[in-house]
Design a protein around this ligand. Structure first.
Ligand code: ARG
Length: 579
């Protein structure tokens, strides 16, 4: 709709230019926004204010001329001038109703991708396997998962890549510990965090152990079979911990999506050679570096991307370059989205630039760092356990479910325990995920159980409950959500407002997919639920007098229910039929 309004405005501008009202050569970026207040129409444009000066007219005067020059369009019932010179467009409700009917008849709710379909790599989760997943990995995992789902829904081909940290010097220490006491170590591995701490203590306390650890790193890099066996065993156990967390979180990651740092080991010498061949390498104190003039330190000297250390070892950046080349040349991706902590922003800016200069990625490929802020505790300080340790993700999820269980049991003491558990899972895990997804990706936020489990405000419990309210209408009726005949007819103000919101679903999803910002979908669903509430309050559904009105309202409710459900699923939440 916004596109077609932009197009109408463009036609009016061309006409006014031909008529000599506007000077030649104006190419403004025409802005069309959804209005907040429906009494001002459905869409607004500030074009008359933008062009008033070059046209030498008052904005309202130009607005009048624009309205006169706008071609007629059956989808627009009225255009009015408001305030200092805004153009307000009112949608034709019959056309709007028709659009909603088309959405109801479509499994994808009428949603299409606005641009060409693409092959998209999503780099997500990517924990370091030496340690247990902690809360810092939550954001990458669930934001990446939600954006992946949205892109898939829009028709893109999504390839998830879990770029786990399964290589590096810490592994020497862990292997030395595993070697020292295989039997005990195997059982201790059920708690990786503890295993890591125990190995670290040995490393710090015993010089002999530390020497052995360093020796094992070298042997591992030389692909010593026994070392590789221990390393593989360790990684299997660590990855199975991750997989449990993924299942618990209901994210679409499988073992097949794992392509860790070690997978690129064989490529690393070739990456350095390719950079040398392109004359991009400089040796600095024995290390191989690519200097990028546009990135400078505080003294104004160019910053290097180090790809090989003086001792010959490769770095995080080298592996990322190899991964980019693989994603471009082998996976043939059009886009690669990196869901990684904002603190790695400079690393990615620089690595992307080196990859481009070296020709590791094809020209059209978009590389995008989808950075995110830090999750803090309720006190606004970095999230820690009471004794200052890192919070294991699994403990956090356990607590969320337990709190949700107590909450739901308090509200519905009559539910049997199995159903309570199921609801508690959807509400508890959903609350943790939604609280994160609903914040702007790049901002820091405070983790707060009370807030995220509240039934009021922009929370998972509120939205899950809103969906059950729609579902209950159909349960009372004794019909499925897609079993209502009749036609949508938009009469009441609340019906119009709800309908206009429903028609924006596709636009919102396109934005989420393009910018990698699920909070837009959360905000949309929250607005939608609010508009459904006022519709539900003001427009009786089952008790409507006329049969046609009843059917129309039921169909509006059905589309609302399906949109809420689809939206929640795209965020990776599990909608419930009752709670
Ligand atoms: N393992 C890294 C960490 O925990 C994140 C890796 C992100 N992905 C990448 N391609 N660099 O910080």
């Amino acid at each position: 709709m916004k596109d077609s309004i932009r197009h109408l405005i463009q036609q009016a501008l061309t006409r006014l230019t031909t008529d000599g009202v506007l000077p030649e050569g104006l190419t403004p970026a025409i802005q069309v926004e959804n209005t907040k207040d429906k009494s001002h129409g459905d869409f607004a444009s500030n074009i008359a204010m933008m062009l008033a000066k070059p046209a030498g007219m008052k904005p309202r005067e130009l607005a009048e001329k624009l309205i006169a020059a706008l071609p007629a369009d059956p989808a627009i019932s009225k255009v009015a001038i408001a305030g200092p010179g805004f153009l307000n467009f009112f949608q034709n409700s019959d056309m709007l109703a028709q659009r909603l009917e088309a959405a109801l008849a479509d499994a994808r709710l009428g949603v299409r991708k606005g641009s060409a379909r693409e092959k998209v790599v999503i780099d997500l989760s990517s924990p370091n396997l030496a340690k247990e997943m902690h809360v810092g990995h939550l954001r990458s995992t669930i934001i990446g998962d939600a954006v992946g789902r949205v892109l898939e829904f829009l028709g893109d081909e999504v390839i998830r890549q879990n770029h786990v940290g399964d290589w590096g010097t810490q592994f020497g220490m862990l292997l030395a510990y595993l070697e020292e006491n295989p039997a005990a170590a195997e059982s201790e591995l059920s708690d990786l965090e503890q295993f890591y701490r125990a190995a670290k203590t040995r490393f710090d306390d015993s010089p002999a152990f530390a020497d052995r650890a360093r020796e094992l790193v070298v042997k591992l890099q030389a692909e010593d079979p026994e070392c590789l066996r221990l390393w593989t065993r360790f990684n299997e156990i660590s990855l199975s911990h991750c997989q449990k967390v993924y299942e618990r979180l209901n994210v679409k990651l499988t073992p097949a999506d794992v392509k860790g740092e070690s997978a690129y080991n064989a490529e690393l010498p070739g990456i350095v050679n390719a950079l040398r061949d392109k004359d991009l390498l400089t040796e600095d104190q024995g290390a191989q570096c690519v200097f990028l003039d546009e990135f400078q330190n505080a003294e104004g000297n160019p910053l290097p991307v180090i790809v090989q250390k003086a001792g010959g070892g490769y770095l995080y950046a080298t592996t990322d370059l190899a991964a980019m080349r693989y994603r471009s040349a082998s996976l043939k991706a059009d886009r690669a989205l990196y869901f990684v902590d904002q603190r790695q922003a400079l690393h990615f800016q620089m690595a992307f630039e080196v990859a481009r200069r070296a020709g590791f990625v094809h020209d059209g490929m978009r590389l995008e760092h989808m950075g995110f802020g830090t999750m803090n505790g309720a006190d606004g300080r970095p999230f820690k356990t009471r004794d200052g340790g890192t919070v294991k993700l699994i403990d956090l999820l356990d607590e969320a479910e337990q709190r949700a269980y107590d909450l739901v049991k308090g509200k519905n003491p009559e539910l049997d325990d199995a159903e309570l558990r199921q609801i508690a899972r959807a509400v508890g895990i959903g609350a943790v995920k939604y609280a994160d997804l609903s914040k702007h990706r790049t901002s820091d936020y405070s983790f707060n159980f009370e807030q995220m489990l509240s039934f009021e405000g922009n929370t998972a419990p509120y939205l899950l409950y809103a969906y059950t309210r729609v579902a209950s209408v159909f349960r009372k009726l004794g019909k499925g959500i897609d079993e209502v005949d009749g036609q949508i007819d938009l009469v009441a103000e609340q019906e119009q407002a709800l309908a206009a919101k429903l028609a924006q679903f596709g636009e919102v999803l396109n934005n989420v997919g393009e910018k990698g910002v699920p909070h837009l979908l959360c905000a949309y669903l929250y607005d939608l639920a609010g508009l459904f509430s006022s519709f539900y309050e003001h427009c009786p559904i089952l008790s409507a007098e006329e049969e046609a009105t009843r059917q129309s309202r039921l169909r509006l409710a059905a589309l609302t229910g399906r949109t809420l459900k689809q939206g929640l699923q795209l965020l990776g939440l599990e909608p419930l039929e009752r709670m």
